[in-house]
Ligand binder design. Sequence first.
Ligand code: RAM
Length: 913
Amino acid sequence: MRLFDFRTEYRENPLGLATKHPRFSWKIASDENDTVQTSYRILVTDQRGRETWNSGPVQSDQSILVPYEGDPLEEETIYRIQVFVSDNHGKEASIEGSFETGIFDAHHFVAKMICPDFPSPQEACPVFSHSFSLRQRVSRARLYITAHGVYEAAINGSAVSDCRMAPGWTNYRKRLQYQIYDVTNLLGDTNQIQVTVANGWYKGILGFYCQPNQYGDQLGLFAELHLQYENGDKEVIATDENWTVRTGQIRCSEIYMGETIDTDSPEILEGSISTKNFDSSVLTAQEDEPVRITERIVGIRKITTPRAESLIDFGQIVTGVVELHVKASRGQVIRLRHAEVLDKDGNFYPDTLRQAKSIDTFICNGQEQVLRPHFTFHGFRYICVEGLDHFEPDQFIACVTHTDLEKTGDFRCSAPKVNQLQQNISWSQRDNFLDIPTDCPQRDERLGWTGDAQVFSWTASFNRNTALFYSKWMRDVASESSLEKGVPHVVPDILQSYSASAWSDVAVILPWVVYQIYGDEGILKENWTCMHEWVDYISNHCNDRGLWQTGFQYGDWLALDKEESADRTGATDPYFIANAYFLYVTDLTIQTADILGHRDAGAKYRKLYQKTLLAFQDEYYSNTGRIVSETQTAAVLSLYFNLARSQDRDRVLRTLISNIERHKNHLSTGFVGTPYLCHALSENGAHDTAVSLFLKEDYPSWLYAVNMGATTIWERWNSIHPDGSFDESGMNSLNHYAYGSIGDWLYRKVAGLSQIEPGYKSFLVRPMLTKGLEETSLHFDSVYGPIVIENSCKLGKIRLHVEVPPNTHAQIHLPEKEEILKVGSGVYDYEYETKTDLSIPRYSSDSTLAELLAHPLAKELFEQMAPGMLDGPMIQFAYQMSVTDMLGSAPEARPLFETIIEALNRSDQENQS
Ligand code: RAM
């Protein structure tokens, strides 16, 4: 037995920790099966070697999020943690880690928020600086720093970190994150600290109306350098009136609009420092992983468009900035414009960006230069290069930028297009997790739309570890929600619109998802007020029958079933959705009350649930089980949220299936129905229908976009039409993760992993055989360790490989078997015979005659069975027709075609085996 991956509050040996009871987690590896932790002991010592906590042996299998319960922690102190574990096989192991505390009480900061004053209004970014010398040798130096705006800091010319867009975006009125950097190695005897501050989200242009100054019209910097000298003395160097400020090379910078950097001879203006009132109680230590450049993609090709534009293609839609390597003449102006896509003629098409200009401008200095914008980001695959005559693709590097979350999950299968879809989902997540979960990264929006975040949260949390990211953002949500107004549509809230179902329901759903995936009860505790107040808000707005039927709703946003009316909310009654979600979040609130031990609240919400459910069933289902809105989404919510009366479930399922059939086996759902559509089918005995609509390749479907060359998830099912023209809606992002929520179904149903107990302490393994996917595999790094499920069903054999981490249990449902195997940790392999064939035959009645004839046996078969037919005078007109279309005018040929199709598929299969 061995312990690995020791974490404190999800981080490895964190710095600047501001929690007084940090929680410790570790993972267990073992060669023996059925390993369970039987006890642990935790020992914490401070930097002077003093023991601050000895938990003593604790008989417990808890190996995640064990809270510190020793002496009060001191500020700015390094602690060492040792964990000793015994297991049920009598084995012992230990692991150690450390953490360093920061500042617990923001009132201990002494710095002032300093502002730049220039003789005239300036667009150029202020560069603050301060020089200082050290009294003697420093043993430890920590920089605490934040800004009104976004900043980058350097000491003696070296960047203090690789973090970007710090301090991130929060509701600055109530919460402002500061960062903590170890800068010990950057210091010399005499030093200069320099900090550039740009508008960012604080003062920059934001929202559809491109409004500046959302939080204030004055940039600011707040920093403290905490020095510990080797002799034990301490010194604090803090921002105050003694700092200086001037303008620098960055002439202007806006998130939406782009940045201009003049490296030639910009006019440098000296300013003076003033201070502004600042309430330091809003300060909070960085709560999640920072934004970083996580990947660098070199330009893959140069394109000259029909309009003679010179472009670079990076082959992938990304979020970030482009770094240019160039030697141009002094004063030469190079402009990079950004776009996600080319139009159908192959020209540069920046229209999906709407008013976000996304233009970076560099003024060169005549030397070899590496130029990269600092305080902006764009969503793009292509750039248009202006002002440079000769260049090669490898001079341009797309720097992929997002919150640096650990990758935890992957789904792969034997169908390349589905793998591409999975990759597109993963890219849209990376591209939109930039400090907050955004709807899209490219246009004049990039906002924390709560509905988008909510529907994608399960999928996101399979793909990457979202625990800290969502915990941070939920604090933002809670900080802007109230019983009176409800929950905002976007967080941070710059729209001042509140309370729409499926969007505002984020208040309950997101903490629930984090709890389920990471077993973190802390997020439930922290959000309890916001969760139940949202339910109370709805309940306060219900009519006397107990239903919520007033106010604005987004309905089933962008559903196709009402496309003709240009109404974006779809055909499902928006109040059906509102009340369905009301019931769903009330149920989650009841479960949360039980977990947290709020018995009175539990009873109160149970009563509310019962009353609402009856009113809902009365209002929205007929006596014979017919739903008032016979849409896919209404049926899906009825089934998935378990709302229909039990005797009506069959009818609701039939409604769903016949609706799908009416759409020729296609979906018609929007943001609200899509995440659960395939789940509802698979859970109710209609997995084949789910699979058939999932694998559709024509519009509307997930694979339609894949076939159209998408590298991310589109906002609309028809963002790009088959002829390459665009949906003209003016709201047409090619990088919107909401429909990527299908990822959850791939993980949970197709690959077959669901948590039974939170954190996957126990879990269900139940891969569902899926026609068209002969092999599936899932890897998921749970908080207990890696879970693996690999399944194949081909050539008459089912094989299943399962890895169950120590200290967990699994229930394995083997495909096509009745019994449930209950297992402890270990590696399990199963192999048995099956008659099921998951391969999709190549030929069907959708094949064209030309496709049939491409098979080497086809001509011979036609000649044997219908001599002379292929020589007929009209036959060349039929080559591009599908078999179904041909049979329309010649039904008597059906047996002929059926026999030939079967023979060709059989021959394919024989060749394969
Ligand atoms: C759009 C956003 C988002 C959606 C809202 C309702 O502007 O892009 O995806 O949630 O509208």
